[in-house]
Design a protein. Structure first.
Length: 143
């Protein structure tokens, strides 16, 4: 099985996906959220970052990233169960990590993460300023 972030990186590297000059994300600040399964479980960190770099965007890392990344709160289908007691919702804490980068786009490569981060952006009332997109959406808007 090949994750779509790895496939996109390979297609870009082979020249089979061509990014438009002055594309939609050129010069934009993008931060990438490492999903638990892609990153810590499968050790895939560079492929999605290479895809973002191909957009000629500015990749801004969160303070907790790669092997030290923080879960969005959806891992293991947690998004479908009642929240456990605590001081802060985990998706809000992770969203704050992304907001601290001052990026205008939060990218991920997991639909569950995208949902949790989108909810965090909405709860912070930042949906007009910050978009949460899958890296495949970034590519689709850039070709």
């Amino acid at each position: 099985m090949l994750h779509h972030s790895t496939m996109l990186q390979q297609l870009i590297d082979e020249g089979r996906i061509l990014i438009q000059d002055n594309g939609a994300f050129k010069g934009k600040k993008i931060t990438f959220h490492d999903s638990c399964y892609l990153g810590r479980s499968n050790n895939i960190y560079q492929a999605p970052r290479s895809v973002i770099e191909a957009l000629d965007a500015s990749l801004v890392e969160m303070k907790r990233c790669k092997s030290n990344g923080l879960c969005c709160g959806a891992g293991g289908a947690q998004m479908f169960k009642e929240e456990e007691k605590g001081n802060t919702r985990i998706n809000l804490e992770r969203t704050q990590d992304a907001l601290d980068t001052n990026a205008s786009i939060i990218a991920s490569a997991c639909p569950f993460c995208n949902t949790m981060l989108t909810d965090g952006i909405k709860l912070n009332e930042k949906q007009d300023d910050i978009k949460v997109l899958d890296i495949a959406e970034l590519i689709a808007q850039s070709i």
